[in-house]
Write a protein that binds this ligand. Sequence first.
Ligand code: PAF
Length: 302
Amino acid sequence: MAQPHTITHAFWTVVGEGAIGLLSAARLHLAGYPVQLHRRTAGPFDFVFQSAVSSQSLSLPSQIQQPYSSILLPVKAYAVLDAVKQLLPLLSDNAQLVLSHNGMGTIEQLLPLLKPEQGLWFLSTSHGAFKPDHSTVVHSGLGQSVLGALNQAALAQQQSVEQAMQAALGPLVVMADIWPALWQKLAVNAVINPLTALHQCKNGELSNSKYAAAVELLIEEFVLVAKAAGQDFSIEAIQNRVTQVIRQTADNYSSMQQDFAKGRRNELDYITGFLLKQAEQHQLQLPAHQAIYQLLLQKSPR
Ligand code: PAF
């Protein structure tokens, strides 16, 4: 007699207590996945998960199961390397690690640290979430996500990671080559984030004609360096995408604007700084990105 088909869900570990992390952990839990948090303090984490349809009190365990086999790491780019170094001794030999952050430059740092069977993924999401207080997460904007494998070992467990990320941050588009999507997201972040941080304005302000020349220069220079790095975009395609995001997020303050407003550490080195490093490698000058980098560096917390 045929055995009933049972789906066994992998045990997921979500790192940190950020808004996207808690949103993902809540959605994984509600979809039937066993899930724990990895955070500074052990013990259960109680929080309220508010979405457009409901408000639920959840309690998720922290650090109860090791080794970690499936890990979602939605932490800021500047914190990724240290976080992964701390996690390495806790990972199974075939662990699957999913990164999700703004900016670039972390993947190259991490790949050499992993064992041959440990998979690395990148997920880029447009879901909106925020924490009005320490123990509440609000799913403020329905979005979607793109996911891509970054090494061969990831492909060995493709189905299980894709299914879980669909539950956590779907609808999901899985890309055989995630790099063009990462560069396109970088373009958006390299225009909107530094300008809104410098002028301390909402994203929508950037559609004002007084910013048109700066936006145009940043886009032109982005296209130049992306091409040298093997990513061929037209100026028009990037303009359209940047304009679309400015329009769609007109009422939002960008993550970098908020970091500067609150005097917090920021992602400048992984956005504009990453572009400048790429430009240097390809012997290119990016005067507009260089100028905004210097201006923001002076305002960055030491
Ligand atoms: O960093 C951000 O705030 C976001 O990635 C974006 C798309 C710029 C919207 O604010």
